[in-house]
Write a protein of this length. Structure first.
Length: 54
């Protein structure tokens, strides 16, 4: 058992839970919406090499 990353409720991580790691379809869709609206981002500090072309 683990916690849902969206609502923190206990959730089952087994194959029988089609929404894993979320507890429900609702939590999964809310999280997806956050990513689609750029509410969540994976970023890192800008490095000098980001400005060089290969």
């Amino acid at each position: 058992m683990s916690n849902c990353p969206r609502c923190e409720k206990q959730t089952n991580l087994s194959v029988s839970n089609t929404f894993r790691p979320f507890c429900s379809e609702k939590c999964k869709l809310i999280d997806f919406g956050d990513w689609a609206n750029e509410g969540n981002k994976i970023s890192r500090p800008i490095q000098d090499e980001d400005f060089y072309e290969d």
